[in-house]
Design a protein around this ligand. Structure first.
Ligand SMILES: *Cc1c(COP(=O)(O)O)cnc(C)c1O
Length: 230
């Protein structure tokens, strides 16, 4: 087994422990392995030991990787970075999930550009949960309204909500932010959108995210190692 494959197994075990500690069923949390800045060969290694869900931030980098990895059946691509208007077409044609819908216009373009023969694009609304300036995502109080509007679009399925916790948060602050996400998901369900996904938790805070109800954790460095942005 390679070191990346061992890392992947270790992260799965860590998620399993967090599930058990929170009295959640084993396998209820999906690991999305975030490969940004890492080559397609690294993704292939982790795929070989069973990983199928991969997250990418940068559309051009991701698109090139999809070409190199087109021979891998069942691979599921999650876009977890900002999708600018001039990139929506690539995403609509090749992604399975977009976790980072922050405005209606992006959702509208993705729905319009989704090829009709493909299943609906699975999307989450990105919430700027700690109301940080200059951070992507809608304000918490606008999340339900945006999700309800996006849910009306024909070629998208609104699955839930996503956040990146504020950097440097204490455990207590993380629990506050993730707990607020859980409440927003309940609000969204009460508003009539049957959403079931909370995409939250990264290498440093996945354990607390699982404790607070995350269904998808997005884990980069704990699987692939330290990123070098060169
Ligand atoms: C990079 C990134 C991750 C993974 O971060 P790690 O700390 O490396 O696990 C998760 N979510 C988003 C939105 C990211 O940009």
């Amino acid at each position: 087994m390679t070191s990346l494959q061992q890392n992947y197994r270790n992260v799965l075990a860590r998620i399993g422990q967090a599930e058990a500690a929170a009295h959640r069923s084993a396998g209820s949390v999906k690991l999305v392995a975030v490969g940004k800045t890492f080559p397609a060969a690294d993704i292939r290694e982790v795929y070989a030991v069973g990983c199928r869900d991969f997250g990418e931030n940068y559309i051009q980098e991701w698109y090139e990787k999809t070409g190199r990895l087109a021979d891998l059946p069942g691979i599921v691509w999650h876009i977890i970075g900002d999708v600018q208007s001039n990139k929506t077409k690539y995403v609509a044609e090749r992604a399975h999930w977009v976790h980072t819908i922050g405005r209606l216009k992006t959702a509208q373009r993705l729905s319009a550009q989704r090829p009709p023969e493909m299943p609906p694009l699975q999307v989450c609304i990105e919430v700027n949960i700690a109301a940080e300036p200059n951070k992507h995502g809608v304000a918490p109080e606008e999340a339900v309204a945006l999700a309800c509007e996006a849910a009306k679009l024909p070629n998208l399925t609104v699955r839930g909500l996503m956040c990146v916790a504020k950097e440097g948060s204490s455990e207590e602050q993380l629990r506050q932010q993730f707990g607020k996400m859980q409440q927003l998901l309940a609000d969204l369900n009460a508003a009539g959108v049957a959403a079931d996904v909370l995409s939250m938790g990264m290498s440093a805070d996945m354990d607390i995210a699982v404790e607070c109800g995350a269904t998808h954790v997005r884990v980069g460095s704990a699987v692939f190692g330290r990123r070098n942005y060169g």
